[in-house]
Design a binder for this molecule. Structure first.
Ligand code: NAI
Length: 286
């Protein structure tokens, strides 16, 4: 049978999660997604109303099918973790079973197992603030939503992942080089995510034969990136300075994810794979 992929962090057709879903679908995988609770209604109704149909077209002309959309909030592991104000918030009260533990239980009930786990989500409430002006709350919130969320997803999914399975997250070079403007502890969150990729590759590899890799992606005009406020500048900078002078397409990241999830990458784990037109290799702007 074909492989089954769970992709966490798809809420429209502009981000990396959507592009990864398409590349995996084109390669024959069944697609199941997790959508942030507050974005769930708009995403599902847009899907139903055909708003994404144009971007659902696969290379063979067929439309990508999403077998199921699950509500999720990756900052909560189990119902006991959810504070009263979130529980009763009307953006949340309409959905149920959206903590990581409940989500994975539902996926297990519906499908039994998965082969591929993709983490394509991040959030930093103070991302527009320099690190020096970031509060403890903002810093920990960035780490919780953008780094621990991957540990939590992998930890809960691993028992229902088939051996030989693969997990992938998305990172950004601000983890290892200074990118002014990527603030609020988001640079720290990506550094944690990359370090965890190595440790988790060891642990999940030894215990479960699961591979763990992360893609360090170049700039894309996604919803999340527009919220940071400097995305057009980063795209222009890359165009001017990278070895390959072309705009990066989300599909190029999607195709790399499909490769990493496939048996073609069976010896690759614990890696940070750059998909950025080579910008990471430059020492100075030219
Ligand atoms: P996006 O807006 O398509 O994806 C981010 C998703 O995270 C959204 O769907 C949002 O609803 C979801 N999300 C936020 N908080 C959540 C939570 N608590 N629980 C569940 N879902 C939550 O934007 P994009 O840019 O495609 O982001 C995907 C990944 O790619 C992120 O890890 C991001 O840091 C990374 N990345 C993006 C780059 C860019 O230039 N756009 C560059 C390098 C990495």
């Amino acid at each position: 049978r074909g492989k089954r992929a769970f992709i966490a962090g798809v809420a429209d057709d502009n981000g990396y999660g959507w592009a990864i879903a398409k590349s995996l679908a084109a390669a024959g995988a069944e697609i199941v997604v997790g959508t942030w609770v507050p974005a769930l209604n708009i995403f599902e109704s847009s899907l139903r109303r055909g708003k994404f149909d144009e971007s659902r077209v696969l290379p063979d002309g067929s439309l990508m099918e999403i077998t199921k959309v699950y509500p999720m909030d990756a900052v909560f592991d189990s119902p006991e973790d959810v504070p009263e104000d979130v529980k009763t918030n009307k953006r949340y009260s309409g959905a149920s079973k959206w903590t990581v533990q409940e989500l994975v239980e539902s996926v297990k009930q519906d499908f039994g197992s998965i082969d591929i786990l993709v983490h394509s989500l991040a959030n930093g409430p103070e991302v527009t603030k320099p690190l020096l002006e970031t509060s403890r709350y903002g810093y920990l919130a960035a780490i919780s939503a953008s780094s621990y969320s991957f540990i939590s997803l992998l930890k809960h999914f691993v028992p229902i992942m088939n051996p030989g399975g693969s997990s992938i997250s998305l990172t950004y070079i601000a983890s290892e080089r200074i990118i002014p403007g990527y603030g609020g502890g988001m640079s720290s969150a990506k550094a944690a995510l990359e370090s965890d990729t190595q440790v988790l590759a060891f642990e999940a590899g030894r215990k479960h034969k699961i591979r763990v890799n992360t893609i360090s992606a170049g700039p894309l005009r996604s919803r999340a990136a527009k919220a940071i406020g400097f995305i057009d500048m980063m795209i222009d900078y890359s165009l001017a300075n990278a070895p390959l002078q072309k705009e990066l397409s989300a599909e190029e990241v999607g195709n790399t994810a499909a490769f990493l999830a496939s048996p073609l990458a069976s010896a690759i784990t614990g890696a940070v794979v750059y998909v950025d037109n080579g910008l990471n290799a430059m020492g100075v702007g030219v």
